[in-house]
Design a protein around this ligand. Sequence first.
Ligand code: SF4
Length: 285
Amino acid sequence: MDKILEDTAVELLRRAASELRREYVEAIYKAMEKCEGSIGRSQLDAIIRNIELARKSSEPICQDTGIIGFIVRMGEDFPVRAGLRDILVRATRRATEEIPLRPNAVDLFKGNTGDNVGPGIPIIDLELVEGDELELTAFPKGGGSSNVAAHAMITPGLGLRGVKRFVVESVARAGSLGCPPYFIGVGIGGTEDRCMLLAKKALLKPFQVRNPDPNIAALEEELLQRVNELGIGVMGLGEGPTALDLHVEAAARHPATMPVGVVMSCWALRHATAKVTREGRVHHL
Ligand code: SF4
């Protein structure tokens, strides 16, 4: 089972690095068809050609192959437990060599580790769930769009009005720095750290599918419209969409706090997921 998981993790990193999900590519095509300006159209065309080249050659979509992260949903009866970290570390080293991935893990004192593994890296976010399967998502995150993430503890009295203003201002501040068009995750509530994790996980919600809670769905619609009205456009050139999608995840909060996290991804929102059964069968999703 260890070898199956290691091979699966390597394959997920390869798919995440070199194959953008079909629905994202279709949205970029549609944006190009709708874009009236020639600058925006040519940028979107270059993005699409880049995506096609990466897929055909199985090479990374971008030179920044990201800091390596995995999201794990582990069934309580799945046979591998504490050994999973070692497996994912081995997979990260192998993927770095074999795909190859750019070494992006920098130790505070020793510098770049050269193999994408370092203290706390790969990031592993683990959730225990019912059942006997393991769902593994590779989610490498580039540095450019991570640099424009934003966090605030809003005065609770400002309520949702303050939250909305902070989200729109955060995207305005990001401008072109994170390679738009963006995917935007917003986390509201929880604690100062939890809202950022909510925001990051919100990026992976089903594309252009609104939250089942009608209040959150309306908030998503409003924020997506408002960030697009900023007119940042493709690569910050003022033409085409600023954001392709926006999701909100909310948690309850302390009455004296209103934590808000905004996590952005560039157009290359890279992730890949597989399910592994307790017998070792692998289904790529
Ligand atoms: S923000 Fe995205 S597209 Fe831009 S350099 Fe980083 S990974 Fe590449």
